[in-house]
Each structure stands twice: as structure tokens, then as C-alpha cells.
Design a protein around this ligand. Structure first.
Ligand SMILES: [Zn+2]
Length: 335
């Protein structure tokens, strides 16, 4: 399905590890490590991983991450689940992915945040050798977590920045723990010169995006409601800040009602750098080529618009100019 859109779907910039696991990998880890699951049948387990279409809110959506996180507590679990993900992405034609995850959510066993990150950096390199897909990590601070744990994540990011880690992020329930309570964390991150993206303007409005921009975000996760504030729109345009947009996830979390409500065309026409990702491909049961198909079939975007978005997504990647040029050549060759 949607094979026709595979040519655009080369780069994922916004993909959460725990929202992208297969039931097969989770079952394999559970069997080896002896933890319980509601079912050991792959298809049955999917019902616990995929969000129902009548999901009520971002908070209900976030409950879908409980089972995947059980499988991400050991070196074996992190390796099995992440390699399985990289294999599936590479089979889907993805050439580069920035995988984001909160290391503090994988410390329920014996691992420290730093050990989690070291394991994952090695696994990502392994994935490149095995499946030819390039990848980097984005480390997420968690909204609602203790300050101590988030500060530890910042320290780990500082140590591995440009050695497998490319950005920090703030993930979790934006409406419950909004950006304005993290001004201290923004200051520390900026003091270390760590570039960051920020989930903003998803559950909340443009005010949340404004705080992220005022504090120096280099990209915005979603930014769906940026149109509510003309000043925010102008800033995004003038400073060329890419938005990591994920339409299906926005519908699932009730950030928007349907694809037609997604302001992508409006943003493109204003000259905003719109990029496209899936957010949580397992939870939303969607692939990147499906998302490109939605742009055309449900939002009426032209082939040229899709090309622009695919190009924007490559250009917004945290890669060298040379690496981006290689991806641009693949895109042009595919078209
Ligand atoms: Zn996200």
C-alpha cells in the first residue's frame, strides 16, 4: 500500500523508540527475560500497542508506551527491539532516522542513563552495518519527571553530543507539564550549547512554541498550532526553524480532528520549513510513506509540495552537508 510514495519517504526526524516497536520483538524479549505480557500472540499484542481511533487525549495515547518500555530495560532488550526497528525501516526505504528516546525510562533494571545511551549508540552503528540505514539519537527529557533525572539526561547528552547523540528534546504530556516550568533546564542546555528540539504546539497552543523559540529551539516537534500567533509564524519563517510534523499522530492525540485540519499547506505557502515524520509508527499504525499519501489524498498537496517536504526533511537532518547531499541525490534520482 502507498508504494508510490516510497520515493519521498527517505528520512524520519521524529520517531520515538518506544512508539515504534514490533510486537514480535517485544515477545522475543519477554520470553528471554521472563516478564509477563497480556498475550504472547503477535496479532493479539498489537491491540495493546496500537491506539484506538476513539482515543480521547494525548494522555490516553501516552498509556500505549507502558508495554514497549518493559522490553527496553536491558542490553538484550534495547538491542533486539532497536535492530528489529532499523531492519523494518530500512525495508521500507528509509535511509536516515533520528530515533528519540528518554534514557531515564530504561533505568528500571540495572542500567544507568549513560549505559542505555552507550548501548544504543553501538546498536545504531550495528544497524548501519547490517541494514545500511544511518541513524542518530535524540535524547528526551521527560515532562513531569524529577529534575534530577532530567539533569542527568542533559549531562549524558553533553558527553555524547556529536558522537551518536544529535539533539535533546522535551517529551511527554505538554498540557500537564508545559514549557514555562522548564526555563531552568533550557538555561542549562543553552549553557552547554546543546542544540534541542521541543514538543510544542501539539496539545497546547502557539504560546508553547513561543517559549521553545525564545529559549533557542533549533527545531519544533509538531508546532501544529503555531498559526495562532502571527509573531510565532514570522519567527519560524525568518529563522528557518523546521517543524517536525506528524499528521496521523496529531489526529490520534486529538491535537486536530482530521487530516483536513492539519495546517501543512498553509505553512508551506507561508514559507515555513515543514518536515514530515510518523512520531510513533506502531502506536499510530502508520508508516512514513502512508503519511506522504495522506498529504496528497487527504490534504490535497501536489507532487511539488511533497517533493519540497521530502527535501526539507533531508535538509533539517542533523547530518553533514556531504551526507545530506547524498540523500538529496537519492531523492532526485527516485523522482
Ligand atoms: Zn513525539
Amino acid at each position: 500500500m502507498n508504494e508510490k510514495y516510497r520515493k519521498y519517504a527517505l528520512v524520519e526526524l521524529h520517531l520515538h523508540l518506544d512508539g515504534a516497536l514490533s510486537s514480535k520483538a517485544i515477545i522475543e524479549v519477554a520470553k528471554k527475560e521472563g516478564f509477563d505480557l497480556p498475550t504472547f500472540d503477535e496479532e493479539e499484542l498489537n491491540k495493546y500497542l496500537v491506539v484506538p481511533k476513539n482515543c480521547q487525549s494525548l494522555n490516553e495515547y501516552l498509556e500505549k508506551f507502558d508495554i514497549p518500555n518493559l522490553a527496553l530495560q536491558t542490553e538484550f532488550g534495547l538491542r533486539t527491539c532497536t535492530l528489529d526497528l532499523l531492519k523494518r525501516l530500512s525495508e521500507d526505504g528509509i535511509k536516515y532516522v533520528e530515533i528519540r528516546m528518554a534514557p531515564q525510562l530504561s533505568t528500571q533494571g540495572k542500567l544507568t542513563q549513560e549505559e542505555v545511551v552507550i548501548i544504543l549508540i553501538n546498536v545504531l552503528r550495528m544497524g548501519e552495518e547490517l541494514y545500511g540505514i544511518k541513524s542518530n539519537l535524540i535524547l528526551c527529557l521527560m515532562r513531569g519527571a524529577s529534575k534530577e533525572k532530567n539533569l542527568e539526561t542533559i549531562e549524558v547528552a553533553r558527553r555524547y553530543l556529536n558522537h551518536g547523540v544529535v539533539l535533546l528534546d522535551f517529551a511527554g504530556a505538554e498540557a500537564l507539564w508545559p514549557n514555562d516550568i522548564y526555563l531552568d533546564e533550557f538555561k542549562i542546555i543553552n549553557g552547554y550549547n546543546i542544540p534541542f528540539t521541543n514538543h510544542a504546539g501539539e496539545a497546547l497552543g502557539a504560546g508553547s512554541v513561543k517559549i521553545a523559540l525564545d529559549n533557542g529551539a533549533v527545531r519544533i516537534g509538531h508546532g501544529t498550532h503555531s498559526y495562532q500567533d502571527e509573531e510565532v509564524m514570522k519567527y519560524l519563517i525568518e529563522h528557518k526553524i523546521p517543524l517536525e510534523m506528524c499528521p496521523t499522530s496529531n489526529i490520534d492525540t486529538k491535537a486536530i480532528k482530521n487530516y483536513q485540519e492539519m495546517p501543512i499547506k498553509q505553512y508551506l505557502d507561508r514559507g515555513i520549513i515543514v518536515t514530515l515524520s510518523t512520531d510513533d509508527p506502531t502506536v499510530s499504525n502508520v508508516t512514513l510513506k502512508d503519511e506522504y499519501a495522506h498529504l496528497q489524498n487527504d490534504m490535497g498537496l501536489s507532487d511539488d509540495d511533497l517533493h519540497t517536504i521530502a527535501l526539507n526533511t533531508i535538509n533539517a537532518a542533523r547530518l553533514s552537508e556531504e551526507e545530506k547531499e547524498q540523500l538529496r541525490q537519492i531523492l532526485e534520482k527516485n523522482l
